[in-house]
Design a protein around this ligand. Structure first.
Ligand SMILES: [Zn+2]
Length: 94
C-alpha cells in the first residue's frame, strides 16, 4: 500500500471530482478550516468547516485497491464530494 501523501495529487483530485465540486473544494481549502484528527501514513481523518455549512468528516484510506475516500455528507460510495477535494488539496500542499 502506498502512503497517502505520495498518491494524492491535484491531477488525481481533478480526475475524481466533477468540475463544480473541484471548484467548491478549492474554495473550502482556501477559505475554510480543515483540521486533521488523524494523520497516519495510510489513514487520515479530517474535519471540514466552511462558512455556515454543517461540519463534515472525511476519511482517506490507502488500501490494496488504491486510495479510498469517505465523507459524512453522502452515503454514496462513488461520490467524490467537495469536502474530499478540500482535504485532498491540503494533503497535496503539506
Ligand atoms: Zn462531503
Amino acid at each position: 500500500m502506498q502512503p497517502i501523501k505520495t498518491e494524492v495529487t491535484e491531477e488525481l483530485l481533478k480526475d475524481l471530482a466533477s468540475r463544480s465540486n473541484f471548484r467548491l473544494g478549492k474554495d473550502i481549502a482556501k477559505n475554510g478550516v480543515v483540521s486533521f484528527s488523524q494523520s497516519d501514513v495510510l489513514h487520515m481523518t479530517a474535519r471540514v468547516e466552511f462558512r455556515n455549512s454543517q461540519t463534515r468528516t472525511v476519511d482517506v484510506l490507502s488500501t490494496p485497491k488504491g486510495i479510498k475516500w469517505k465523507c459524512t455528507c453522502s452515503s454514496r460510495k462513488d461520490l467524490f464530494c467537495q469536502h474530499c477535494v478540500a482535504v485532498g488539496l491540503i494533503i497535496c500542499q503539506e
